[in-house]
Design a protein around this ligand. Structure first.
Ligand code: GLU
Length: 419
């Protein structure tokens, strides 16, 4: 298996299989290495394109070992959050920590089990939490503004629009909107449950480009966090229910979520096109690292994002190894009509390449590249069948292993998507 991961685990296998399923080729370890490089490229692209971001911070990130709010960490987060706003991005913070802080303030040694005591802890802790954020933001000329939500605020359209308007209006001012569940009025029946879910719903509400979930884990791991062989997955291109099997239902001591609830939140967010990064909020510089595009945590790509990540990889990451020169009809079929590339439209094959390589598609007259794709044929075979229809190919080489020289799923029109 790939030396850079150094492990052949179930989770990694799953990760590779997801990718390989989309390729129709079996790349083996070479592909895994390519994907690691791809992960870094996608990371930069994702962050650079982010204009609206939701950051969720978990209770364990914000608490000291003796159940107090960690004001040093909050000060550092405030500085980094301000740094993100200073780049012109819109930002909403979803912060847990009210119940944890309230426990400390009320002298409760363990998280209460009953709702009234949880609500008492939340009522006490929330005021303190916002106060500390406000104090930490003030040196940067910012204030904290508090937004407490319940499930009903997402179910009723008028309330939903109201929340959205408020968040939109707050973006005009030097404030950081800080969202939490309104624990003091959330009864069991209307509870959102956990702030990972709340953050995913807020990200959908404001159509964020990126949701960052800061927790005390390094990201999605290939195995149990206590297993020294577990490795962090840098990238998940497509959410798969099987991912949920990678993690147990572990819960944190002070907050409510574990990795399972995080993945459910990831699913909610990615399904509406939001990219998600889960990273370790105990890293002192975590938000700066993320916004630099550093390879920390796990990036889950949102669905339906213009050019899919896979196509971005084909179109922009891998250097082409050869060229297919196409006639006018083939160009139109590929560029305008969403068709696969057939041998009949290929006028000439340039360069030498094995099958499965990225190849440029260029216009016969102008020489201009307008698409790229993964070739089902190596250069020698492609040259042999160029210009031929299926029946002619059968006569020439006996069989037709692939109907298309480049299948549509493995093809990206670069003339339309490159700006
Ligand atoms: N609303 C809870 C609090 O502020 C946190 C819930 C969660 O962490 O999921 O303590």
């Amino acid at each position: 298996m790939n030396a850079r991961f150094g492990v052949a685990s179930k989770g990694l296998g799953l990760y590779l299989r997801q990718i390989q399923d989309q390729t129709r080729f079996s790349y083996g370890s070479r592909f895994a290495i390519a994907m690691t490089e791809n992960a870094s490229q996608l990371r930069h692209e994702t962050v650079n394109r982010t204009k609206t971001i939701v950051v969720k911070v978990g209770t364990n990130v914000l608490s000291t070992d003796d159940d107090q709010l960690d004001s040093v960490r909050i000060a550092s987060l405030a500085e980094q959050l301000h740094g993100i706003c200073a780049t012109g991005r819109k930002l909403v913070l979803v912060s847990s920590g009210a119940i944890g802080a309230g426990m400390g303030l009320l002298g409760l040694k363990q998280r209460p089990k009953d709702l009234p005591h949880l609500q008492a802890a939340a009522a006490t802790g929330q005021a303190h939490l916002i106060h500390i954020y406000d104090k930490a933001l003030q040196p940067h000329g910012y204030h904290a503004s508090q937004i407490l939500l319940t499930a009903n605020d997402f179910k009723q359209r008028s309330r939903y629009l109201n929340v959205r308007n408020t968040l939109r209006t707050l973006a005009e001012f030097p404030v950081i909107p800080i969202v939490n569940e309104n624990d003091t009025v959330s009864t069991e029946e209307i509870k959102l449950g956990d702030n990972d879910r709340l953050a995913a719903m807020v990200a959908g509400l404001i159509q964020a480009d990126l949701l960052v979930i800061l927790s005390v884990v390094d990201g999605l791991l290939t195995g149990d966090p206590t297993d020294p062989n577990s490795r962090r997955l840098p990238l998940v291109e497509k959410f798969d229910d099987e991912l949920l099997n990678l993690v147990g239902a572990s819960k944190s001591s002070r907050g409510t979520g574990g990795m399972k609830t995080k993945l459910e939140a990831v699913h909610t967010a990615t399904a509406v096109g939001v990219n998600v990064i889960i990273a370790n909020g105990k890293r002192p510089d975590v938000l700066n690292e993320i916004m630099r595009g550093d390879d920390i945590g796990t990036l889950f790509l949102g669905e339906g994002d213009g050019v899919s990540a896979w196509k971005r990889w084909i179109g922009y990451t891998m250097p082409p190894k050869g060229r297919f020169v196409l006639d006018h009809g083939a160009r139109r079929a590929v560029e305008q009509q969403g068709k696969s590339l057939l041998a009949a439209g290929i006028v000439r094959v340039e360069g030498e390449f094995p099958k499965g390589e990225v190849v440029s598609l260029v216009d016969e007259k102008t020489g201009e590249e307008f698409a790229r794709g993964l070739s089902n044929y190596d250069s020698v075979a492609a040259r042999t069948i160029a210009g031929q229809r299926k029946d002619e190919i059968t006569r020439t080489i006996g069989t037709v292993p692939y109907d298309e020289v480049i299948h549509r799923d493995n093809l990206v029109v670069t003339s339309l998507t490159k700006s």
